[in-house]
Design a protein around this ligand. Structure first.
Ligand code: 6PG
Length: 480
């Protein structure tokens, strides 16, 4: 057999990944798609690529060297399960089946177990970078057995993006670890995008600058500590003029944000793990709020500051404050995201090197940024760091930013401009800092209505106040 790797599913992501694979020295790529036309098209349009087209699963299996290695690039959910079953029918024990879709990590855990029980290797792999990343170099987050990594590692290293000389791929951990990390990547992506959107909104409403002028602001920011793909493309989007109307494109696009679900998964999972990813949650909810047109339509008349009443005296100073608020909130969002990965690893028994995750996100993926180097440094200095934002570099940055951050959140509130991600990030930060939290009062309330008990600061044990009797305190069984 001629091929050392195969791709099943030749929609845009699949065919771009197949082309990327074929473009690397030493790879010959078997390709298969359910409908024949996609396969024919791909092969016809790319005569330069070493493809081995297959038109049945049997042919596909026959064209692959052993251990057969195939990447599935089809819709997450039922279609992925169907392809896995078809591959197991024609593959042999020891072969490697990789799911490169945006699968829910619990599905990956289930699939890995089922596939392993039949003697195959299963790898759930997060792929980030969109269509262009798939073609030119994505960030790859594979999870699965060590045995599969031996064959797969060199192939994936050859196609991944390269950041500072290192390929953006690492063996994340076992079974669902890769898809878990990809899920959190997307949650952070949501937070990053929302923070940028809030910054744009504040600048536009506070300074009256046009989208094209604000594009210059973002382009400028992209030369400093905020340097990142999302800041860069924000400038491009803001600069775009609509051909039909001559208006800025951003003014003719309907202001209802879509979502395919990975942000919601990140938040749902964080709730289950008890990890406060408030920035990611606010970003996800902000998309939901934007899409409820029927609710927004009946709410326009609610009392509040007039839309056009807000102007700042010194535009440049204000923009710098917004930049600092964005940077501080971004630190919070990443800190929360890494907290979720840490908690997920503990819950599911994965060994995940957080420093390695920050390094493979430096290139190829949607959240790629200079900033990831600072996270890598933080984990290199202290691998077990309990809260990322307490690393010295971030403490310094937050110290520098916090006055501006507070001003911006206060200004936004006073002006009636929604800034859910900026303000929730600040609340999280102050919650972490607080020596005493009003959680003590919540414990009192819980004990009052449900005898849920509390602990005391001055002695061990669990206590309950006899609220409906003489209100003396008794020792109690711990009921949390
Ligand atoms: C990536 C992206 C990619 C995709 C998501 C976002 O890492 O390449 O995150 O996976 O764009 O599906 O989707 P939504 O914004 O539609 O939820």
């Amino acid at each position: 057999p001629a091929a050392n790797i195969g791709v099943v599913g030749l929609a845009v992501m699949g065919s771009n990944l197949a082309r990327n694979l074929a473009s690397r020295e030493g790879n010959t790529v078997a390709v298969y798609n359910r409908s024949r036309s996609k396969t024919d098209e791909l092969v016809a349009e790319h005569p330069e690529a070493e493809f081995v087209p297959a038109f049945s699963y049997e042919e596909f299996a026959a064209s692959l060297q052993k251990p057969r290695t195939a990447i599935i690039m089809v819709k997450a959910g039922g279609p992925t399960d169907a392809v896995i079953d078809s591959l197991m029918d024609v593959f042999e024990p020891g072969d490697i089946i990789i799911d490169g879709g945006n699968s829910l990590f619990t599905d990956t855990i289930r699939r890995e177990k089922a596939v392993r029980e039949r003697g195959f290797n299963f790898v759930g792999m997060g792929v980030s970078g969109g269509e262009e990343g798939a073609l030119l170099g994505p960030s790859l987050m594979p999870g699965g057995p060590d045995e599969a990594w031996v064959t797969l590692g060199p192939i994936l290293r050859s196609i991944a993006a390269v950041a500072e000389g290192e390929p953006c791929v690492t063996h994340v951990g076992h079974d669902g670890a890769g898809h878990f990390v990809k899920m959190v990547h997307n949650g952070i992506e949501y937070a990053d995008m929302q923070l940028i959107a809030e910054a744009y909104d504040l600048i536009r409403r506070g300074t009256g600058k046009s989208p094209a002028e604000i594009a210059d602001v973002f382009a400028e920011w992209n030369r400093g500590e905020l340097e990142s793909y999302l800041i860069e493309i924000t400038a491009e989007v803001l600069r775009q003029t609509d051909a039909a109307t001559g208006q800025p494109l951003v003014d003719v696009v309907v202001d209802e944000a879509g979502a395919k679900g990975t942000g919601a998964w990140t938040v749902q999972t964080a709730l289950d793990l008890g990890v406060p990813v408030s920035g990611i949650a606010e970003a996800t909810f902000a998309r939901s709020l934007s899409s409820h047109r029927e609710q927004r339509d009946v709410s326009g008349g609610l009392p509040g500051p007039a839309e056009d009443a807000f102007t700042v005296a010194d535009a440049d100073a204000f923009i710098e404050q917004v930049r600092l608020a964005l940077y501080a909130s971004k630190i919070v969002a990443y800190s929360q995201g890494f907290d979720e990965i840490r908690a997920g690893a503990a819950q599911y028994g994965w060994t995940i090197d957080l420093g390695a995750i920050s390094r493979i996100w430096r290139g190829g993926c949607i959240i790629r940024a200079q900033f990831l180097n600072r996270i890598a440094d933080a984990y290199a200095a202290e691998p077990e760091l309990p809260v990322l934002l307490t690393a010295p570099y971030f403490v310094e940055a937050l110290g520098r930013a916090q006055d501006a951050w507070r001003d911006i959140v206060a200004t936004a509130a006073a002006a009636g401009i929604p800034s859910p991600a900026f303000s929730s990030s600040l609340a999280y930060y102050d919650g972490l800092r607080a020596r005493r939290l009003p959680a003590a009062l919540i414990q009192g309330q819980r004990d009052f209505f449900g005898a849920h008990t509390y602990k005391r600061i001055d002695k061990p044990g669990t206590f309950h106040t006899l609220w409906s009797a003489d209100r003396t305190e008794v020792e109690a069984e711990d009921t949390h």
